[in-house]
Design a protein around this ligand. Sequence first.
Ligand SMILES: [Zn+2]
Length: 116
Amino acid sequence: MVSAWPRVPFTFRALRQTFGAMWLRCDACRRYAPLRLAGLHDVDHRTRTFSCSACGAAATLCVVEPTTERGMEDYRLDERARPARHPEAVRRLSGQATGRSHAGGELPGRSLKGRR
Ligand SMILES: [Zn+2]
């Protein structure tokens, strides 16, 4: 017999329970890092966005390690001990975008066709 789902839906805790390890990747720098859930376990994942601490571009939450996906073999694991929010991300998130950001759109010259 199947018991009731013991987790609050849409929390990072429920995502971790479902998918196990997760990563954050930056398509501008082609780097990624493991997602650390410190303090986020009971937060609704739909209310959070992430950014790259190296370049400030939007970071994507991944449930599959990027280097195991076709076309992403060159992404490099670049975990930082104390990642800080990049000034460009602060400007973008506070509505003062400079126009240099690729947030909200595909990178120029790249196609996501055929993925997933
Ligand atoms: Zn980046």
